[in-house]
Design a protein around this ligand. Structure first.
Ligand SMILES: Nc1nc2c(ncn2[C@@H]2O[C@H](COP(=O)(O)OP(=O)(O)OP(=O)(O)O)[C@@H](O)[C@H]2O)c(=O)[nH]1
Ligand SMILES: O=P(O)(O)OC[C@H]1O[C@H](OP(=O)(O)OP(=O)(O)O)[C@H](O)[C@@H]1O
Length: 498
């Protein structure tokens, strides 16, 4: 029996810690405390500089290079107060470059919520009409990195103090003025005279009075803005080092996260979106599963093999490990079977069902595994690792059947840090291959941001989902049969959905 009782607390620095008791099989108790870094605080970067200095370009370049992290860009412009009717009538007299033009209290509150990994609504400002949209907001979720960009983001010490790194983009005034004239006339619908007048009356004096004096707070000054690739490479390296200090892969070398690309992030975006139809969910989940399976197979042992190519040359390659099998955790794990079969012709696949409810809270109710499983390397399949309860039960059973711990590779799409801690502490020799590690678990022990109930979305049993018959994909869990697999039809109870 395995029970998890996790408590979340915040320390003085605002970092979230998890502490609690994980009771594993009654007799072995694994006390886990102070999971510093499980639900880590985002790394906050401030990017300031004069108007049209190239702040946006610098931010874009940082975001591009940090493609394997969740990065959110917040513009100080979004927090412009919006003009009253009276101010609008005399817009030429309004100073958009003064610190008072911004609603700094609102910016602070947004930033603080983001630091606590809470979703926030960022206002949308219309430069053409000098006002905020009353209905439209940009909804932003938890991130690894928050970039706060704007002419005066270093002005208020309370905002500055929330930043882990402060960058000042330093570009010559004449270059900035030329860019500003081009941008404001072409993108913001203004006439040249008005732009020059605003520049002389407000922009330049405010730069001298507020922007330039804030340069002294910068940790890094980038001359020439976005053209300075060396400076940006160095900054990104530093951010990566800082983020890496929280990286679970550094704590547990047996955790492998597949190399993230925008393609992979795109697929995650689709399967995580609550609006995604079942058809698309299945399609993109299948693509991601295939990638995870291929990656997992790469961790199997191999022997060297030489072949002669049609050109008569020798190619020194490797031979796949032959003794392997899959084991899926019913029901979601069954969604990964097709991908495994597509990669490993005729692979045997066993099944394990762990019931979530019952007298003792958790029990193994069904298992059907290849008879010679002890001689095989096992690819354990389950798309979600949340508390780790199901995985620990399944792994313990495999080991009871004689499978060495080091012969198990656990494949999943999304892992919660809590689940990784539980599994890796108990089974340090096993490998976990996942496509993304999420922020953590919520009060109901669901992965957040997560994707909801995977099984329900994949097999179409979620209450609000469209009728399954609408789509014609043949992927029912227990009907997928394969001549060589030990797949069984199970008619007993299924795990309750979470
Ligand atoms: N006329 C006018 N100017 C505005 C308004 N809102 C903001 N500004 C100007 O916008 C400027 C702030 O934007 P910038 O920092 O130049 O924009 P940016 O695109 O982030 O600049 P870079 O990325 O550094 O090139 C300030 O200098 C303001 O004068 C507005 O409603 N009307
Ligand atoms: O790490 P844990 O806290 O044990 O949670 C992970 C389990 O939860 C999900 O299954 P779910 O209970 O939703 O059942 P289903 O697969 O039948 O949808 C998932 O597929 C795992 O099996």
């Amino acid at each position: 029996m395995l029970k998890v009782d996790l408590k979340e607390s915040m320390d003085a620095t605002g970092s979230t810690h998890f502490s609690g008791l994980f009771n594993v099989d009654d007799d072995s108790k694994l006390a886990v405390s102070a999971f510093k870094g499980s639900a880590k605080q985002p790394f906050v970067i401030g990017v300031a500089g004069g108007t049209a200095s190239g702040k946006t370009t610098v931010c874009d370049m940082i975001i591009q290079q940090l493609h394997d992290h969740r990065v959110i860009l917040v513009n100080q412009d979004s927090f412009y107060r919006g003009l009253t009717l009276e101010e609008l009538e005399n817009v030429g007299e309004y100073n958009f470059d003064h610190p008072d033009a911004f609603d700094t209290e609102e910016l602070l509150s947004c930033l603080e919520n983001m630091l606590h990994c809470q979703p926030v609504q960022i206002p949308v400002y219309d430069f053409k009409w000098h006002r905020r949209s009353s209905e439209t907001f940009r909804k932003v979720n938890a991130a690894d990195v928050i970039i706060m960009e704007g002419i005066l983001v270093f002005h208020d010490s309370r905002v500055r103090d929330l930043m882990n790194m402060k960058i000042f983009v330093d570009t010559d005034a004449d270059v900035r003025l030329a860019r500003r004239i081009r941008r404001d006339t072409m993108e913001r619908g203004r006439d040249v005279n008005g732009v020059i007048e605003q520049y002389a009356k407000f922009v330049k004096p405010a730069f001298d009075d507020f922007v330039l004096p804030s340069k002294k707070y910068a940790d890094v000054i980038i001359p020439r803005g976005g053209d300075n690739h060396v400076a940006i490479d160095l900054i990104v390296q530093h951010i990566r080092t800082k983020l890496g200090q929280h990286d679970l892969r550094k704590i547990y070398p047996n955790v492998y996260v597949i190399q993230s690309t925008f393609q992979i992030r795109g697929m995650h975006t689709l399967i995580r979106d609550q609006e995604t139809t079942k058809h698309d969910f299945v399609f993109y989940a299948d693509r991601l599963i295939r990638l995870v399976v291929e990656h997992g197979l790469g961790h199997l042992p191999f022997t060297e093999k030489q072949v002669i190519t049609p050109t008569g040359s020798v190619y020194i390659g490797v031979d796949f490990c032959k003794k392997l099998c899959g084991v899926s955790i019913i029901r979601s794990g069954e969604s990964m079977e097709n991908a495994l079969r597509a990669c490993c012709k005729g692979i045997k696949i066993g099944k394990i069902l762990i019931h979530r409810e019952g007298d003792n809270g958790k029990q193994l109710v069904y298992e059907k595994l290849p008879r010679d499983i002890a001689d095989r390397h096992v690819l354990l399949l389950d798309p979600i690792l949340a508390t780790g309860n199901s995985a620990v039960q399944a792994i313990a059973l495999l080991m009871q059947k004689g499978v060495p711990e080091s012969h198990i590779i656990f494949l999943n799409l999304i892992s919660a840090p809590e689940g990784i801690h539980v599994v890796c502490k108990r089974f340090p020799l096993l490998k976990i291959v996942t496509s993304e590690i999420d922020a953590g678990l919520n009060a109901e022990f669901r992965v957040v941001p997560g994707m909801g109930g995977f099984g329900d979305r994949y097999f179409g049993t979620d209450a609000d989902g469209p009728d399954q018959s609408e789509f014609k994909r043949p992927v029912p869990s227990t009907q997928v049969c394969n001549n060589n697999a030990t797949t069984q039809v199970y008619n007993g109870p299924l795990k309750s959905s979470r």
